[in-house]
Write a protein of this length. Structure first.
Length: 181
């Protein structure tokens, strides 16, 4: 490199302009069914999406608990339909992520049909969360990149938040129903 007369850095090679933004490859997009994802990304994505769905449902119910007249039957029925639509979107998202996780393990997305079989679906979830992917490339693509430190922090934060909300829901339900446990 050398400085020219206008004091800017030049190089012997041609400099390409930097893009304003970069589009991630199709295999790393959230709504893509192609490619592979690792266990940490799989759990983080499903935890974040599930957390959003559940907060959108439980916030109006909690407000109703604090102010019982705030939620009428009409608004409650609208809330149920909205949650059904939101849950449908979450289910599609979860199936896409599970397919990519199965691809990481070298299995076809058709294995998702095992979710329909009782008790076998528990085994499928356990293998999706705890089994390692195939090392190296497989027919579904190259291995996913290892999780970064920020992804690991996000994973642990979401795990603690999910467990906290689970414990809160376990204590909230008896309180809502006025049960003595």
């Amino acid at each position: 490199m050398r400085l020219n007369s206008m004091s800017s850095v030049t190089s012997s090679s041609v400099a390409l302009p930097l893009p304003i933004y970069s589009v991630p490859p199709r295999s790393s997009r959230l709504w893509s069914a192609r490619g592979r994802i690792g266990r940490i990304r799989y759990c983080t994505r499903l935890s974040a999406a599930g957390l959003i769905c559940n907060l959108l449902l439980f916030t109006p119910l909690y407000v109703n608990y604090l102010h019982p007249t705030s939620l009428t039957l009409n608004t409650f029925s609208i809330l149920i339909y909205a949650y059904a639509g939101l849950y449908s979107v979450f289910t599609i998202f979860a199936m896409l992520q599970a397919k990519r996780r199965l691809n990481d393990q070298g299995r076809s997305g058709w294995s998702l049909l095992l979710w329909l079989v009782p008790l076998v679906n528990v085994w499928l979830v356990i293998t999706l969360v705890f089994s390692r992917g195939t090392p190296g490339s497989n027919p579904f693509g190259p291995p996913p990149p290892p999780p970064t430190s920020s992804e690991m922090k996000r994973f642990w934060c979401l795990l603690v938040l999910d467990l906290t909300l689970l414990a809160t829901a376990l204590f909230y339900a008896p309180m809502q129903l006025n049960l003595d446990l």
